[in-house]
Design a binder for this molecule. Structure first.
Ligand code: NAD
Length: 290
């Protein structure tokens, strides 16, 4: 049966490599890399994410600036905060926790973040940079998936990859990353007519659907590497988008949920912040090392 891809352990290693790079940056600039996180309202899941982001940022030796705004914050106030963070020399990365309360215009807020501080990689300028092969910032979750895939498989060139889901946050950037690594990429989505047909030949499957147990083991190519991005809350706890038991019987390797992709997201956020800080200050960093 399939090998387990231990994202928790990989993320811990990545955080350690990031923390190792902080002292030299401090030495060169007299300050630590800084990440600003903006949380509007009291969504409990978002509050948990923001707390872990702050904690892991500090544990890596970086500065965490946390801005908690009330749920009834208006658009102008939020935009003014983004402007202030864009101008703040101590801030290298800015993250506005999504989803925003529905009275706010998410798109306008994301567009306001300076692309060079956009460590979430959600600004269209960064999406364009990814699509055209320019250096920028790549969304954390798909970049984390790519790291796990390369760690497991080495060179991905020529492999057949199927991405299930086409969101701007996961599916689309995942497909762009795999294309850049010379995979043959198929993007499938809610209107795809015959998903098993595409999965039959896939060496790599990345599932980002949001439906528990959606991908069945019998659809997979034996030996496939399966990355399960899904986080679904069910009566029995957290579960992914892949039907783990049937998939593990066929796949060569698979990420568990929890403990697979989940822990990678914040670790990559810290990585993007470290990279942003070095680029902004013109301090050399071998980005391939982190
Ligand atoms: P989304 O709702 O924005 O996108 C879901 C995608 O699935 C859509 O593109 C849709 O076309 C596709 N889809 C829906 N039904 C389908 C079907 N029957 N067949 C094929 N495709 C179908 O979600 P998202 O933001 O991309 O997130 C996807 C999942 O990943 C969610 O469970 C989310 O919680 C999880 N997620 C996890 C992390 C993490 O850190 N691990 C980060 C982001 C998202």
């Amino acid at each position: 049966s399939a090998a387990l891809i231990d994202g928790k352990a990989f993320a811990a290693g990545l955080r350690a490599r990031i923390a190792d790079k902080v002292p030299a940056f401090r030495e060169a600039t007299g300050r630590a890399p800084g990440l600003a996180v903006v949380l509007v309202g009291e969504d409990p899941a978002s509050a948990v994410y923001v707390r872990s982001k702050g904690k892991q940022t500090r544990e890596a030796g970086m500065e965490s600036f946390e801005h908690k705004l009330p749920a009834d914050t208006d658009q102008a106030t939020l935009l003014a905060l983004v402007d202030q963070l864009n101008a703040d020399p101590a801030v290298d990365g800015i993250l506005v926790q999504l989803p925003l309360p529905t009275h706010l215009d998410e798109q306008e807020v994301l567009l306001r973040i300076s692309p060079d501080k956009d460590v979430d990689g959600f600004h269209p300028v960064n999406a364009g940079r990814l699509a055209t092969g320019l250096p920028g910032f790549v969304p954390c979750t798909p970049l984390g998936c790519l790291m796990l895939l390369e760690d497991r498989l080495g060179d991905l060139s020529g492999l057949d990859a199927v991405v299930i889901g086409r969101s701007n946050i996961v599916g689309k950037p995942m497909a762009a990353l795999l294309t850049a690594k010379s995979c043959t990429v198929t993007v499938t989505h809610s209107r795809t007519r015959n998903l098993p047909h595409y999965l039959k030949h896939a060496d790599i499957v990345v599932a980002a659907v949001g439906i528990a147990h959606f991908v069945k083991g019998e659809w997979l190519k034996p030996g496939a590497t399966v990355i399960d991005v899904g986080i679904n809350r069910t009566e029995t706890g957290l579960t992914g988008d892949v039907d783990f038991e049937s998939a593990a019987a066929v796949a060569g390797a698979i990420t568990p949920v929890p403990g697979g992709v989940g822990p990678m997201t914040i670790a990559v956020l810290l990585r993007n912040t470290l990279v942003a800080a070095h680029r902004r200050e013109g301090v050399a960093l071998d980005e391939a090392e982190v």
